[in-house]
Design a protein around this ligand. Structure first.
Ligand code: BV8
Ligand code: ZN
Length: 242
């Protein structure tokens, strides 16, 4: 049980754990991240495609991208990392604040998951307040709303604010946790990348699980340079022993 040895003593009196997760959490489930070659789709920069401008410029292209991601995500299974986070609920209070739109935390059984950037199964009208959840691929793209306007994925695009109710709750959970585990995120995108600061202000222990350095590695109390599916089961086994 080497990886987390240094915080073994402290975890005894841990009551509230918050996980902040990103694309790396689902990488071992076959869902591409936004970094490097993964971050390109048909040579389009994912960060450029996930914008309202790209959608209005070429809604068919953006829908083809989301349809392909829907196909990939619906075929994906939660990995040992997702399962470990879900299992931890047996031992302590766990909240997941995820930037991922793939729903794999919920599929693994996590009961308290806040989707900061929306969900790939949710859609909404670009004009009226129609919203729905669709588990099938669209034959007709861009799909039209009954009001005649085009439907869009109900995700947060760059330049768009996060759903305020979700963000408010996320800030509260972050500022009340005893331990925050930051898994599989480069912490490049704001405001999600400010959540560790709220936890630090509450003197929470900050742990980073990531094979690579991130924007905030120097702020961490413990850095685990390994993958989520390898490190998180070991993290949870520490609670089993206690
Ligand atoms: C907003 C949903 C108010 C859609 C997403 C200039 C400077 C600073 C900020 C800005 C700026 N200009 C604009 C901004 C704000 C902008 C921003 O942060 N831009 C960045 C690029 C600089 N933020 C916004 O626009 C946000 N809204 O601020 O509203 C506002 C409004 C108007 C104007 C200003 C402000 C909205 C952000 C949300 C955008 N939507 N997704 C979709 O998914 O299609 S963001 C999307 O990209 C993801 O959700 C995620 O958040 C991000 C990707 O980051 P990660 O998840 O961390 O993934 P990444 O690939 O980067 O890294 C993977 C990591 O995993 C790596 O570290 C890797 O080492 C590690 N890893 C890999 N394998 C594993 C692993 N770790 C563990 N195990 C493994 N196996
Ligand atoms: Zn409509």
């Amino acid at each position: 049980m080497k990886m987390f040895e240094s915080i073994k003593e402290q975890i005894r009196d841990i009551k509230k754990i918050v996980f902040v997760t990103g694309a790396g959490m689902s990488q071992e489930s076959g869902v591409p991240t936004f970094r490097g070659k993964d971050g390109l789709w048909r040579n389009y920069d994912a960060m450029k495609l996930a914008t309202i401008d790209a959608f209005y410029d070429n809604p068919k292209l953006v829908w083809e991208w989301y349809n392909e991601r829907r196909r990939n995500i619906f075929a994906a299974r939660p990995n040992l990392g997702h399962k470990a986070v879900a299992e931890l609920e047996k031992y302590t209070e766990v909240v997941v604040l995820t930037q991922n739109i793939d729903g794999l935390h919920q599929k693994a059984g996590s009961s308290e998951v806040l989707e900061l950037h929306g969900s790939i199964v949710k859609i909404k009208c670009s004009v009226c307040n129609f919203k729905d959840e669709i588990m099938v691929e669209f034959s007709e793209i861009p799909p039209l709303c009954k009001c005649g306007n085009i439907l869009r994925p109900d995700v947060v695009w760059f330049g768009e604010s996060l759903p305020q109710d979700v963000w408010q709750k996320a800030m509260i959970f972050a500022s009340q946790c005893d331990l925050m585990v930051i898994v599989g995120t480069s912490l490049v995108v704001s405001p999600a990348n400010t959540l560790p600061i709220y936890a630090k202000q509450n003197n929470a222990i900050l742990v980073e699980v990531n094979p690579e350095d991130t924007e905030m590695s120097s702020e961490m109390n413990l850095v685990i340079r390994n993958t989520s599916a390898v490190a998180l089961p070991e993290f949870v086994s520490m609670f089993k022993e206690n």
